[in-house]
Write a protein that binds this ligand. Structure first.
Ligand code: G3I
Length: 387
């Protein structure tokens, strides 16, 4: 048993022991506790007939979520929740290189085609993520792509993948997380394989290739760590704005900035969240003629109290405060959470709680029941200025 499994088992033991200590619950009934949290009245309200997609649409905003094909195909309760709550769907993985282009001469669109079909059958729009990133690259890219063939490889990939879905896409995250000021380049760019292979113009090239393959899709630059009043978020915002200015000055076909918005990692959101500073950044981006999309919104609860009602309310408060600032900006056109239900979230592994308790980071709980976070989002859509 490797160290990671030992830690996981210990965390789970601590969690179940903690619950058992709460009221003499056995470990088994304690484990069931988190599956019937709504039975304890821990959700903010009885299930409502309203939905996130309806309340957002009333203000001209698209709300949606990321999903994994395997989960929607095998979990009817989860799939129904997406159909009810979402008007925009983005594959969490299925359009990345390691999923859709597993070998140099082979593409695999089975999962992404399925997700497109799911979105269409639920009257959702569909967005692609992502065409150029330094992660999720299959082994063959590192083994076979050189400075001599990189432009052809990238051109073939974008023409094939974007071309397949041309006319059916709301938007594409064309380039993902290409800025990292802490790496010290004067242009703030991250040292990625694509930068090494193609030089700084790889970003412009990717956008022009995507526009040629699908003139109808909104083309997005997507990045993280721009939400908080902290030095490395300040530096990121400055560097991203300069990149956007350079691209616009060269008439590159870019239409929007994607703000990933993975919140709560900056361990004290209360102190580090500055709505005025965020609003100014959004206004600066909008002044370039760009739309703004929140693309991967979620809230890690790993530093928050164990007790469910307090934890849920704190998560809801973070959603509320963030969306209140974001939705004030008329250029913001869509809000996408990185998952919909705590049943499936990358945070279960990436930001697991030390006490082993299941994370509670998304609008719906593990039973796909509405949580205070859902209510907070609905309220912010209701209060948002119409687009
Ligand atoms: O399901 C497949 C399985 O069929 C296959 O055999 C296996 C082979 O590796 O991969 C499995 O897919 C995994 C996929 O998640 C499932 O959704 C991949 O291994 C795994 O690498 C992938 O991780 C994703 C990660 O990006 C890397 O692509 C996470 O789910 C996803 O939440 C995360 O999302 C990123 C955004 O794209 C960019 N912003 C940050 C965000 C969080 O890291």
């Amino acid at each position: 048993m490797n160290l990671l499994n030992q830690r996981r088992n210990r965390r789970s033991f601590l969690y179940l022991s903690g619950l058992a200590g709460l009221g003499g619950l056995s470990a088994v009934s304690a484990a069931q506790f988190c599956r019937s949290s709504q039975a304890q009245g821990l959700t903010s309200s009885a299930a409502e007939s309203r939905s996130l997609r309806q309340q957002a649409a009333a203000k001209g905003i698209l709300y949606g979520a990321a999903a994994r094909q395997i989960n929607l195909a095998t979990d009817p309760t989860l799939a129904a929740s997406y159909g009810r709550e979402c008007s925009l769907l983005v594959p969490e993985w299925e359009l990345k290189w390691d999923a859709v282009h597993p070998e140099p001469q082979r593409y695999d669109f089975a999962k992404s085609d399925w997700l497109l079909s799911f979105s269409q059958s639920h009257s959702m729009q569909f967005r692609g993520h992502t065409l150029v990133w330094n992660q999720a690259l299959p082994v063959w890219v590192g083994e076979t792509v050189t400075q001599a063939n990189a432009e052809q490889v990238l051109s073939d990939h974008i023409a094939t993948v974007v071309g397949r879905y041309a006319g059916k896409m709301h938007s594409w995250d064309v380039v993902n997380e290409a800025v990292e000021p802490q790496e010290g380049r004067s242009d703030g760019l991250r040292q990625t394989p694509w930068l090494a292979l193609l030089g700084v113009d790889y970003i412009e090239l990717a956008f022009r290739l995507a526009a040629a393959a699908d003139p109808n899709a909104l083309l997005v630059y997507n990045d993280d760590s721009m939400s908080y009043d902290m030095p490395f978020n300040d530096d990121k915002r400055v560097a991203v704005l300069k990149l956007l200015e350079r691209l616009k000055a060269k008439n590159v076909p870019i239409h929007a900035l994607g703000l990933e918005s993975h919140l709560g990692f900056e361990n004290s959101p209360d102190q580090n969240f500055n709505p005025q500073k965020l609003r100014q950044f959004l206004a600066d981006v909008a002044s370039l003629g760009l739309k703004i999309m929140v693309t991967e919104l979620d809230v890690t609860d790993r530093e928050l109290p164990f007790e469910l009602a307090r934890r849920d309310q704190k998560v809801a408060d973070i959603y509320r405060d963030y969306l209140a600032a974001i939705l004030d900006e008329p250029a913001v056109v869509s809000i996408v959470t990185w998952g919909l239900s705590d049943r499936v979230t990358w945070l279960s592994d990436y930001a697991a709680r030390l006490d082993g308790a299941p994370v509670r980071s998304l609008p719906l709980d593990i039973d796909c029941q509405q949580k205070p976070a859902w209510t907070a989002m609905v309220e912010q859509f209701d209060q948002a200025p119409a687009r």
